[in-house]
Design a protein around this ligand. Structure first.
Ligand SMILES: *Cc1c(COP(=O)(O)O)cnc(C)c1O
Length: 348
């Protein structure tokens, strides 16, 4: 009888919060819809696509548009089916069986997941009690373990905190033989990106996504950014037609609208700040709001699970971790209702 091998035997499919909730603040998506005039342009562009033809394997147009937006050259970019696909690819190609990779505890769970599929040993670098990172200790741990690949999100999902440019570059330059991957999925909400540094390091890769600040989670578009050697290697290992023609075309139109992107960003940041202030006003000994540099707020509390369930009963979905809650910034109304509900819980 056929038996699943041990690396996949215990796995279960990814299980996001299901059900019909009135308010969804659980996945860090943008709460903004694409403006109508951009939608019209998208519709026109889509009518030109040939159904019967494979997509552009190099995703030229979307890569050029993204490059322009971030003052990059296209040779430094490769597009993926979400940055999720790129994370999987990096573990497929850049480590060998038995190599060690490192990430932080806590950090984005996909790193560990794809790492374990690559049959590599994962080194989990602990964070401080307050979720900050001890950079020197982390570098030391990578060195001592001969880590081949270090991956982390900056700013961090799920903690909402970030490392400054200087600190990240210290990590990159201290570990010249380690591929250092900084996932800047939320950097559009902060201003400590090291995207302009990619040519200065042989071991630095960045990941970016259209799923968060750019409001296109449905399309599955992400990018890896790095020096030409690294990008060429990713292009060589990816599946040729990884990004479908529709997503390429639609995301291109959206990314051509810098003004609208910037005003959407302002709007999301304003929502985040308002939510942060409102939640801070509820602070107490066992309910601590972190200073977020992302589009979501983290509350440390031993009652995370209780609050999470109470919110669900009120048709509000947020994300629950053992000792904290993660709440995505939403519309004014969604924020107000969520905050009211949390206040009710705390007043009980
Ligand atoms: C949401 C998120 C991504 C985005 O993944 P996509 O596959 O591009 O949607 C990547 N990294 C982190 C840390 C995230 O939170």
């Amino acid at each position: 009888m056929y038996k699943l091998n041990e690396k996949i035997r215990e796995l279960t499919p990814y299980d996001p919060i299901k059900g019909d909730y009135k308010i969804r603040l659980d996945a860090n998506e943008s709460f903004l819809k694409i403006p109508e005039h951009i939608k019209t342009k998208i519709d026109n562009k889509l009518s030109d696509i040939s159904y019967n033809r494979y997509p552009d394997p190099l995703a030229t147009e979307i890569s050029e548009t993204f490059a322009k937006l971030f003052s990059l050259e296209t040779k430094n970019i490769v597009a993926g089916n979400g940055s999720d696909e790129l994370i999987a690819l990096l573990f497929t190609g850049f480590v060998m069986k038995g190599d060690k990779f490192a990430t932080f505890e806590n950090d984005f769970s996909m790193y560990r997941f794809y790492g374990s599929l690559s049959e590599c040993e994962g080194i989990l670098i602990p964070k401080n009690e307050d979720f900050t990172i001890d950079v020197d200790k982390s570098i030391e741990m990578c060195k001592n373990n001969n880590v081949k690949l270090l991956i982390f999100s900056n700013p961090c999902n799920p903690t909402s905190l970030g490392l400054t440019k200087e600190k990240v570059l210290n990590i990159v330059s201290s570990l010249p033989e380690t591929l250092v991957i900084a996932d800047e999925a939320y950097m559009d909400f902060w201003n400590e990106s090291i995207i302009s540094e990619i040519e200065n390091y042989s071991n630095l890769l960045l990941l970016k996504t259209c799923s968060k600040a750019f409001g296109m989670a449905a399309l599955r578009v992400g990018f890896a950014i790095g020096n030409e050697t690294l990008i060429k290697a990713i292009k060589a290992i990816k599946s040729p037609y990884n990004l479908n023609s529709y997503s390429q075309a639609m995301a291109t139109v959206v990314l051509e609208h810098k003004e609208e992107i910037d005003s959407a960003l302002d709007c999301i940041l304003k929502s985040k700040e308002e939510m942060q202030i409102a939640l801070k006003s509820l602070e107490q000994e066992d309910f601590v709001v972190l200073d977020s540099v992302t589009n979501f707020i983290v509350i440390k509390t031993s009652r995370a699970e209780e609050i999470f369930k109470y919110l669900l009963q009120n048709s509000i979905a947020v994300r629950c971790f053992k000792t904290f809650l993660r709440i995505t910034a939403g519309t004014k109304e969604e924020n107000a209702e969520t905050i009211k509900c949390i206040k009710n819980f705390l007043d009980k």
